[in-house]
Design a protein around this ligand. Structure first.
Ligand code: NDP
Length: 368
């Protein structure tokens, strides 16, 4: 099978799930004639995908979410030329094997087992092959399978971006910190609990009742069941927090800011932001202004009323950060949390699973 897919790659095609228009699950099409990527710059590596996993972003992007800003990032001239992003390949995680390297790649050689989070503006990993720059790629942990490894990169890159860049945490000083994770049972939550416990932080998590065992098993110190009455009231009776990571958003902002330690540099970091919705509905320029205005307003209010920082966080590609995660995985401090696995033939079923919500960890697709 490996020889067969390599031969087809050399002929310029591969198998992939593509979309030719935005919509619901019906737009997902399997094609054996998808153009295979090539190594087109000296710093690129091509990876044969063994496994990938789905994220809420895949479902959203299938429906057109973020298209305006992502198209601008893909090709600034597309706005002028009207070039299309289709056929578009979704899928943000990859665990696989390097098959080709650009002339300036120094950290990888063909045959290396790697993992990565594919940026949303690049062709994704629901395909036999994917191309990334070497700075986005990291050697895969040896102690886990490709299917398990594929459950980690995108949530890990996002959690690190949120907790370190926006939340100001670092592994050396996290043991002095009390952190609240709003939405602890999905992909971001199950990874973040483990990362923060590996760093020695005190971790409180909100989740529904039937996820309590899962998050406690991953190390959460305190668990608040949001389906048992007023979650804000339950949290208000606890000691204040240094950092809040919010993966739920919307009305949570109303009460979460008041749970932080005032006037001590505490930070509320949300992953649920209106940026891409604003650029989709208003166009990228006006949308960015609108989003910037609302961020600035809330940040200003939070600073003067609550004495806390209010921040938005986003996924950021970061191969070296994944190197650090690999060490924690190989040391047994971070476990992959795979809730469901699907073969490559059942990608629509995997999307359907994700759309049903109530994730308990990650949904993985085995590609090779
Ligand atoms: P998942 O779908 O894997 O997990 C979401 C979890 O939240 C589920 O376990 C769900 O379980 C739980 N949940 C739902 N409602 C509540 C609630 N009111 N309180 C507590 N828990 C709740 O998503 P991810 O973990 O991958 O992502 C989390 C969020 O972060 C998503 O909105 C995603 O779009 C966003 N995100 C943003 C990124 C960025 O760059 N800004 C990057 C990555 C993710 P249940 O319903 O059973 O309680």
């Amino acid at each position: 099978r490996g020889v067969c897919s390599s031969a087809r790659r050399l002929q310029g095609c591969m198998s992939a799930w593509v979309i030719d228009q935005y919509g619901s699950n019906e737009v997902l099409k399997f094609s054996e004639e998808t153009p295979a990527p090539t190594v087109s710059s000296p710093s690129e590596v091509m990876v044969k995908v063994h496994a990938t996993s789905l994220n809420p972003l895949d479902v959203a992007m299938r429906g057109g979410y973020g298209a305006k800003l992502l198209n601008l990032r893909r090709d600034p001239l597309s706005v002028v030329n009207g070039d299309s992003e289709f056929p578009l390949i979704l899928g943000r995680d990859v665990s696989g094997v390097v098959v080709d390297c650009g002339s300036e790649v120094t950290h990888f050689v063909p045959g290396d087992e790697v993992w990565a989070a594919v940026p949303p503006w690049k062709q994704g990993s629901l395909a036999e092959f994917v191309t990334l720059t070497e700075f986005e790629v990291s050697h895969k942990p040896r102690s886990i399978s490709h299917a398990e490894a594929a459950s980690i990169p995108y949530v890990a890159s996002t959690a690190l971006s949120a907790l370190v860049n926006a939340g100001g945490l670092c592994k050396e000083r996290a043991d002095e910190k009390r952190v609240l994770i709003i939405g602890g049972s999905g992909g971001i939550g199950t990874f973040s609990v483990q990362l923060l416990k590996a760093w020695g932080a005190h971790v409180t998590v909100t989740c529904s009742q039937n996820a309590e065992g899962l998050v406690r098993g991953l190390g959460a110190d305190q668990v608040v069941n949001y389906s048992a009455g007023d979650v804000a009231e339950q949290l208000e009776s606890m000691e204040r927090f240094d950092v809040i990571l919010d993966g739920v958003g919307r009305e949570t902002e109303q009460w979460a800011l008041g749970l932080l330690k005032p006037w001590s540099g505490a930070k509320y970091v949300t992953l649920v932001t209106p940026l891409l919705q604003d650029t989709d509905s208003r166009g990228w320029l006006s949308g960015m202004f609108q989003a910037g205005f609302s961020l600035h307003n809330t940040a200003f209010q939070s600073a003067i009323v609550n004495g806390v920082f209010y921040r938005w966080a986003f996924y950021a590609p970061d191969g070296p950060a994944l190197d650090e995660v690999r060490e924690l995985v190989d040391a047994g401090k971070i476990l992959p949390v795979v809730e469901a696995q699907f073969p490559f033939t059942q990608v629509p079923q995997a999307f359907q699973k994700l759309e049903e919500g109530h994730a308990r960890g990650k949904t993985v697709v085995r590609v090779a």
